[in-house]
Every structure is written in C-alpha cells, then in structure tokens.
Write a protein of this length. Structure first.
Length: 299
C-alpha cells in the first residue's frame, strides 16, 4: 500500500467508540495508510494488550500503521475524570510500543476559566513527570491545538491554542519529546494565517490533523466575528480554503516525518451518509498534494 520511501503518510482518526479493529478493517480498502486511535477523557476498561493484538492482526501485510494514540480530556484539573485522563496518558505511553508507535497525544488541559499564563505552573506539575516517563520509554507527546471554545482569558479544556501559549509551554518544559499535534483549521477559525506558524514551529510538529476551514470573509466584513452569523466552518481537507500542497511542502522542507490524520465528523456538508465519501476524497486529495504516487529515481 505504501512505498517504503514515503515519509509522510495519509491516514485518519479512529475513536475507540467506533470499535477500532472492526472499523479499521472496514475502511482499509479505501487506501488509508495510518490510523490514530483516540479515547475521550478516559480509557475505560480497555485492555490495551488485547486491542493492540487485534489491531495488528487487521493491519498485518497492508503496510498501514498506527501513527499515534490519543486521550482527549482535561489533565490539569483534579476531578475524578481528570485523574482518569492523566492515568490514560500514562497507560498509553507504556503501551505505545505494543501498537508499534512512539507518539501519544491529547489536550494539554486547563485550570477552568483561568487565563492561559496562570495555568503554566500546573501544566509543569502535571506534564513534567509524564514527559519524563515518555522519554524513558522512547515516546514523544504532542498537544492538539484545539481551543475547545476557549480563549486566552477563559476556557475549560486546553491551553495549547496559539503560538504565544506554545512558546510558554516549550520554555516551561524544554524537552525534545514535547511537541504539537497541529492542524490549520483551529488557527483559521481565529482568522490566523496558519502558514507562518507552520514554517516557524515545524520542528515541534510531531503529527498533523487533517482538518481544514472555510472562512466567509463577506460575513466578517459585514457583521464581524461576534454577531449572530457563523463566519467560519470546520471542513474536511479538499473542501476548505487551505492549499495542502503548500502545507505538505512546508512540512517536507522542515524535515517532518509522520502522518497527516484526517479528522472527520466536522464538515457541515460531507457528514452523515456522506461522511466516508468526504474522507476518501480528502485521502486522495492529500495524496495528490503530497506529490502523487511514489516514483523512484533512475539508477
């Protein structure tokens, strides 16, 4: 499926709730090259050894891989569910090798409704030991850049939203195995051009979520961004405003090796019965933006 020389894979996200092995088996024939397995807030009673065995059996001989494991919750708070999120980070780090991957991702968390800068001490307290555990296991950790409806001043899920926050996080924990699971969409819906930050932070980008955005600039110009009119939409790649040839070129020029994992289930058009149609279109579109089929140079 994937030529061994290609160092940027195109894959998709698969939640545990979708029944990971069976779902992967069903969509593999479309040509996905990587799968990111994700959990929401906690791992529940998942037997990771059993899951890894089942997934590896499905992927055997296909050339596809598990690119990352993820748990999305708020690890900076102290409720029971937050402790289960932290426990999920630790367990996924320990189990990453079973899946043949070295990347665990999620939200950085947040002290609810505190400004981002006032969350940094807690971020260090929580993630310094997690990052050290990961380093000991040869595992990298990466933070998704979704704001989850928050901003600099308040929110309840994630501080890893924008370059200012990333700089503070990387300065607070200057460890080589801490990076980003970046996507352009979360920047575009804030009216940020994602390309300058991509070129600046490419060395800290360990994985890319394949999600785009459409911005209706006519609405922005007429109504602004705080009125009743929606001015931006999350989109599946190939249907939004980004030029993914430029994105992948910047990734290649920055030495990126890893996966672009399509994050579906957000597009306002290609959803419901059109969901997989949109994802397969995105898969083929991103492969073309990557340069098309691998072609070896003449000897």
């Amino acid at each position: 499926m994937l030529k061994h020389k290609e160092n940027i894979r195109i894959g998709t996200m698969v939640s545990r709730e979708q029944g990971s092995p069976a779902y992967i088996k069903e969509i593999l024939p479309y040509g996905f090259e990587a799968f990111s397995l994700s959990f929401w807030q906690e791992l529940h009673a998942t037997d990771l050894h059993k899951l890894a065995k089942e997934v590896k059996e499905v992927l055997a001989g296909t050339g596809a891989v598990i690119s990352s494991l993820s748990v999305f919750g708020n690890p900076l708070m102290d409720r029971e569910i937050d402790e289960r999120t932290r426990d999920g980070w630790r367990k996924l780090i320990d189990a990453a090798h079973l899946f043949g991957c070295d990347l665990v991702t999620g939200f950085a968390g947040r002290i609810i409704d505190k400004p981002i800068d006032q969350c940094m001490d807690r971020y260090v307290e929580v993630f310094e030991p997690i990052a050290k555990q990961a380093a000991d296991k040869g595992v990298r950790i990466a933070f998704e850049n979704c704001d989850m409806g928050g901003d600099w001043h308040r929110g309840d899920w994630n501080i890893a939203q924008t370059p200012t926050a990333w700089d503070m996080m990387f300065d607070a924990l200057p460890m080589d195995n801490i990076g980003l699971q970046w996507e352009p969409c979360h920047q575009m819906v804030k009216l940020i051009d994602p390309m300058p930050q991509l070129r600046k932070y490419v060395g800290k980008i360990f994985a890319v979520h394949g999600k785009d955005a459409t911005v209706h600039w006519d609405i922005v110009r007429e109504h602004g961004i705080i009125g009743p009119h929606q001015f931006a939409y999350h989109r599946t790649p190939g249907f939004g405003d980004s030029n993914w040839t430029d994105i992948i070129s910047a990734l290649r020029m920055g030495g990126f090796v890893g996966s672009i994992e399509i994050e579906g289930w957000h597009d306002p058009v290609y959803r419901g019965e059109l969901e997989m149609m949109g994802q397969v279109r995105a898969l083929n579109y991103l492969k073309q933006c990557r340069g098309g089929a691998w072609a070896p140079n003449p000897e």
